[in-house]
Design a protein around this ligand. Structure first.
Ligand SMILES: Nc1ncnc2c1ncn2[C@@H]1O[C@H](COP(=O)(O)OP(=O)(O)O)[C@@H](O)[C@H]1O
Ligand SMILES: [Mg+2]
Length: 246
């Protein structure tokens, strides 16, 4: 297990307001990490910085064993080097079947290495079934994606991201709008993905975070307030004060 992403001394201001303030963060590969914190803490902005959507005013963001800087790379280049992001609203092709959606995702591998690795070992149909299995949609392959439940669409999108073989997967508030059963299944999918990938999950649902069973980083006012096991951080008086005790 070695460090995959390292952020250090990162700050971002929006109109003079410091949304991210001297933030440092590291994640290994593979690793599961949960990020919690009050609204406005900078959680989404943190993901925007990693994916290149927002450029920090200062600091470093280093990725991979060659320690390449993600700063100055375009969003598409960052995706190509291995950062995948799942947004709250699923962006699946509703008029296509689940199988077609997976096939589309597999058609756009993120790099030449990826193409070679997969084409040599498995054909498209096998890859699609393997992905569908990983996200619990094996029985839904012939269905139109528009007919899926909200939770199933989210899983399809996670599967489509996995099709791109990202090394780091960023997931912002996956449990929003899901039933308890869907939430439980989503944690299983993410926990499984984190066996082979670095996965960062931002989530407010504490039951969900508990099921991820991982190190937790608490963000507040753009900085790390506490880090450790969920039990450790939720007993921290400052964390209780700014987040849990509201
Ligand atoms: N593009 C932007 N322009 C101006 N302010 C922003 C922008 N993005 C985020 N902010 C502000 O930065 C702070 C952090 O926001 P955000 O990262 O969305 O927090 P979180 O996801 O933790 O709720 C908030 O005060 C928000 O209003
Ligand atoms: Mg947010």
């Amino acid at each position: 297990m070695s460090t995959l992403l390292e952020m250090s001394g990162v700050s971002v201001s929006f109109d003079g307001f410091k949304a991210i303030n001297n933030l440092s963060f590291q994640i290994a590969e593979p690793e599961m990490r949960a990020i919690i914190g009050p609204n406005g803490a900078g959680k989404t902005t943190f993901m925007d910085i990693i994916t290149g959507k927002t450029k920090p005013d200062e600091g470093r963001v280093i990725f991979g064993e060659k320690s390449i800087s993600l700063l100055g790379m375009s969003e598409s280049k960052i995706a190509k080097v291995g950062v995948g992001r799942k947004f709250q609203k699923p962006t699946v092709f509703e008029a296509q079947t689940v199988r077609e959606n997976f096939a589309l995702a597999l058609k756009n591998p993120r790099g030449p290495f990826d193409v070679l690795r997969h084409r040599k070992t498995k054909n498209g149909a096998q890859r699609i079934e393997e992905l569908a299995e990983r996200v619990g949609l094996i029985d839904e392959l012939p269905r139109l994606s528009g007919e899926l439940s909200h939770g199933q669409k989210q899983w399809l999108e996670i599967g489509m991201l996995l099709a791109q073989s990202p090394r780091l997967l960023l997931v912002d508030e996956p449990a929003a709008g899901m039933t308890p059963a869907e939430r439980e299944k989503t944690t299983d999918i993410l926990v499984n993905a984190a066996k082979t990938h670095a996965v960062v999950v931002v989530e407010h649902d504490m039951e969900f975070v508990r099921r991820l069973n991982c190190k937790v980083t608490v963000l507040n006012e753009g900085s790390v307030l506490a880090e450790g096991t969920l039990d450790h951080v939720t007993q921290n008086p400052e964390v209780i004060d700014v987040y849990l005790g509201r």
